[in-house]
Ligand binder design. Sequence first.
Ligand code: MN
Ligand code: MN
Length: 460
Amino acid sequence: MKTKIIRGGTVVLAQTVSQQDVLIRGEAIAAVGQLGELAADEIIDAGGLLVLPGGVDTHVHFNDAFMGTVSVHDYRTGTIAAAFGGTTSVIDFANQPFGGTLLSTVDMKKEEARGKALIDWNFHPSFTDTSDRTLAEIRACVAAGAPSLKAYMTYRDEGLLVEPPDLKRVLAAVAEAGAMLLVHAEDNDLAEAGIARELAGGRTAPIYHARSKPHLVENKANETAVRLARETGGRLFIVHMTTAEGPELIAKARAAGADVWGETCTHYLIYTEAMLEREDGLKWVCSPPLRTQADVDALWPSLVSGLLSQVTSDDAAYWMEAKRFGKDRFDLIPNGMPGIEPRFHLLYSEGVAKGRLSLPRFVELVATNPAHIYGMRQKGSLLPGKDADIVLFDPTARWTMGQATSHSPCDYHAFEGLEITGRVQKVFSRGDLIVDGDELVAEPGRGRYVHCVLPERLSI
Ligand code: MN
Ligand code: MN
């Protein structure tokens, strides 16, 4: 097997930050330590660079048909953008076909990824019905290596809505099958009423998207989901939490013994709803909506305290042409923005470089925790035996993020003009160099399906 040594970099391994060498043998990390003059087929000088595990982004939408359009990123363009952004594993979503089976999503996604995925991947099967027949399939999804499933508490028109009584049945079935349920938590009754109220008043600009779904819409759904998790014992993961009250609810739920976890996304840590008041505000319409500075200021400390366990991109890129469906009506704007490539850089620059996160905590939030929570057992850290998914990162580089530096085909950038500290230099996936500076040096199609196995208990 071919060997490589990454020599003399600053290695982040759990809570330790120190100068070490990393030996790669074949696809895996073979050793981390002072390897001296040990010979290898290839020596890579990492002097002055950070040596980090590749990012794990468990919340991305590829080929997602939604709100009258389909997301820009597929397995080729999405995973290429991910890799340039320091991410070496992704977990996508797949809606159960209407009238079809939950398990059919496994073959569907494998087909979508075939010949296209540059990096390793998995997906979350998402419910479009909660019949007993569908719930009986959860076990088969777990056996197929897709043990994290998703339910939407809103989006009736998209055929995704799961109402609370059904959500309880789903959580009970998830508990029994040893799976985990992700929820998109927005109270549907409040959301529908809020949208109708704004439209009836002639308030149709993008900012009214935020007004139509204020904090209460999310907080109430969070409370419902947490209550049902407590009643059933099901493991609950609340995606894209945006409000200051969200992490407090997680603290209370855990104190009461519930198996409840949560994340936030990069855009909620950087932007407020003020973006929606811009002339091009429709670019930042997403759900839940961007919030206030007070929320942003509460989310950062909850990443440090551990109430929130990870930061994802919720990459849901739509062409400007599609975003403009709703230029005169906020409720017709496809919800979401591109973010898969910016995530790792943003969290380092806004988190570590600005003193909000320690370097080890950054690594936990961007790689180690998502790999652990979702059962990508061979990913997320530089421990010997893990896959050699490694990022060499220059912590001092300064550059401007935007379309000019993007590797996504999307025709707008959600973080245009942001000044960034730190830059990915090289990316390895299972020992292969896939990104070298600004060059893609591997062929899409090499990425593999990761068979995920959830940890019996989550303790992070
Ligand atoms: Mn969502
Ligand atoms: Mn999403």
